[in-house]
Write a protein that binds this ligand. Structure first.
Ligand code: ZN
Length: 417
């Protein structure tokens, strides 16, 4: 019964635009370790662990269909405000505000106004839970089992939310005043692109007269162990850019016909062939093109030309629905965070802050072993108790180190990982 209907088929296709580069380089040997015996080591006592478990218990789920759980996000925010008294009430160094009711923005005033401030980012929302029956512990329990804290958000991204807050609270409670001012932005809708959270926080920062950050640290890569081929020791990877992305609509329109006399080709078969060819000929990697240079001309035409040539059928129309160029590449010299430089796969909230700095480091101090990367947005998301303690201390040392021009040999931020 196809009579009179223009047969057409349409397909939305997400094409990864470009992989900029992966630089593997061996770092110089570490200077000295951050040890639990250090006088300023922040131990994961019961209180801190319970705060993290409680954070996991909020079902602050973002959903693409607009059905996000804003009540729980608000309650999680209230919990944060109640849990860190120095940050929210006692310290004269901190100003904070709710942005769009559910996101949180903090400013910690340093003693030296000549130093450019930096920004620490994290997000309070999580993705929905699937395959509930396969979880070893309920996903909103924060239950500790065999040394692991289970739950949605343990590695994405309540670990960083709570780690940043614990570190800041500890510093303020210890009456330490940083020299360099910093901001903390906790967005509430990163998992659905962040326009209501980070997007509005960025606007708010501009309103407050903030023009530039020295650098930004956001979630991203991690510490990989036994995951990178040929490297047995832990490898801390820092994302210095993000892939671009492009959503392309493919459509085919052909004259209508009757299904009792099927033509040799239908729009669906033409489209299917196009998709098959694209799948068989993925975009070439642009390895080595990017990190060395600051060139950021649009790569969209290049990508489209490639796809058009691969499809090789003028009946398939291509239309760009959405495109995002790769992000600028952050500095990665030895004096920058001395991590192996690699690139981030997903897209995060950092897009909203790119006007403030070229140096965005995407890194979470999360230890990942084989099988762990699948836990992101997956089943049995978890973090070891020990690792969570490292998260807190990572952020504490990052804040302390940010006061210095280079990395302090006594406390390099990453030596405990
Ligand atoms: Zn995340």
């Amino acid at each position: 019964m196809l009579k009179g209907v223009v047969a057409s088929a349409v397909l939305l296709l997400v094409v990864v635009l470009v992989v900029r580069t992966v630089h593997l380089s061996r770092r110089p040997p570490q200077t000295s370790e951050c040890k639990p015996t250090d006088s300023d080591f922040i131990p994961l006592n019961d209180e801190r662990l319970q705060r993290f478990q409680k954070a996991i218990s909020f079902e602050s789920v973002s959903r693409d269909d607009g059905d996000s759980n804003s009540d729980e996000m608000f309650r999680y925010g209230e919990f944060i405000i109640a849990s860190f008294p120095h940050i929210h009430r006692h310290s004269p160094l901190v100003t904070w505000e709710r942005v769009n009711n559910l996101s949180l923005l903090y400013h910690v005033q340093g003693s030296d106004p000549s130093l450019r401030p930096y920004l620490l980012m994290a997000h309070t929302d999580v993705v929905p839970v699937t395959n509930l029956d396969q979880w070893n512990a309920p996903p909103f329990s924060g239950e500790v089992k065999d040394g692991f804290i289970y739950g949605r958000g343990t590695i994405d991204d309540k670990n960083n939310v709570m780690g940043i807050l614990e570190a800041t609270e500890f510093m303020l409670a210890s009456k330490i005043r940083p020299q360099r001012s910093f901001y903390v932005a906790l967005g509430h809708d990163e998992e659905i692109r962040g326009y209501q959270g980070a997007g509005l926080v960025a606007k708010r920062l501009a309103e407050k007269g903030v023009k530039e950050f020295e650098f930004i640290v956001d979630e991203g890569m991690a510490v990989f162990e036994g995951i990178i081929d040929g490297v047995s020791s832990p490898v801390a990877s820092v994302g210095v850019s993000e892939k671009g992305m492009i959503v392309v609509k493919l459509s085919v329109e052909m004259p209508p016909g009757h299904s009792s006399m099927p033509p040799k080709e239908t729009p669906i078969t033409v489209l299917a062939n196009a998709v098959k060819r694209l799948a068989d000929n993925p975009q070439p990697s642009m390895l080595g093109y990017g990190v060395e240079t600051d060139m950021f001309e649009s790569l969209v035409p290049e990508v489209l030309d490639y796809d058009r040539a691969v499809i090789g059928d003028p009946r398939v129309k291509m239309e760009v629905i959405q495109a995002m160029e790769p992000h600028p590449v952050a500095g990665y010299r030895d004096t920058d965070f001395g991590y192996q430089v690699t690139i981030m796969v997903g897209n995060t909230d950092t897009i909203h802050y790119l006007n403030f700095t070229g140096d965005v480091y995407r890194f979470s101090p999360t230890h990942m072993f084989p099988g762990d990367p699948e836990r992101f947005h997956g089943i049995n998301e978890r973090m070891s108790v020990k690792n969570y303690e490292q998260v807190i201390n990572f952020f504490y040392h990052l804040i302390r180190n940010a006061d210095q021009a280079g990395l302090s040999p006594a406390h390099s931020t990453h030596s405990d990982l």
